[in-house]
Design a protein around this ligand. Structure first.
Ligand code: GNR
Ligand code: NI
Length: 170
């Protein structure tokens, strides 16, 4: 398995709206290897999710695992959020593409998402809590959006200063 390089803000590739994956491509051994490499990269980072654009692939898929034991890998190809609860939830988010920056983001507490799994089969998942937060964060990446986009101008500039500071330390 390969560790894939993660691109970081302000790389403009993080702002690209990704293209759907052709259903036939899911079975392709090269695509399956990519999924394994992304899961490996996510676990090594470590992160609870990773979207294709973060490894410089402009296609519509993501991997995630929000379990404590880190033993429940999930793959979503061409995910679409079909429903969002009115109930909101605030969670302190971070992003592997914006290292060292953490900020509260408000999102729907519950969602219903439809996607293809790694066998190319369609499934519908109802998620809430951290899983729902993570799925929304990852799907945003597929639409060229980042969690800092939700912050007020003041909080965003504070966050980006922290990023610069973290980079100077690194
Ligand atoms: O590892 C991650 N943690 C996280 C915490 C709160 C909300 C979202 C996330 S996703 C992030 C990994 C990442 O950048 N995925 O795109
Ligand atoms: Ni992210």
């Amino acid at each position: 398995m390969a560790l894939l390089p993660i691109i970081e803000y302000p790389n403009p590739h993080l702002r690209v709206v990704t293209s759907p994956v052709a259903a036939e491509r899911v079975a392709d051994p090269a695509f399956q290897k990519l999924l394994d490499d992304m899961l490996h990269t996510m676990y090594e980072a470590p992160g609870i999710g990773l979207a294709a654009p973060q490894v410089d692939i402009m296609d519509r898929f993501l991997v995630l695992d929000v379990s404590e034991e880190r033993d429940q890998p999930m793959v979503m190809v061409n995910p679409v959020i079909r429903e969002r609860s009115d109930e909101l939830r605030v969670h302190q988010e971070g992003c592997l593409s914006i290292p060292g920056v953490f900020a509260d983001v408000t999102r729907a507490d519950g969602i219903e998402v439809e996607a293809l799994d790694r066998e190319g089969r369609s499934f519908v998942l109802r998620a809430d809590g951290l899983l729902a937060t993570c799925i929304q964060h990852e799907i945003d990446h597929l639409d060229g959006k980042l969690f800092i986009d939700y912050l007020s101008p003041l909080k965003r500039s504070m966050a980006l200063k922290k990023l610069e500071k973290a980079r100077r330390r690194a």
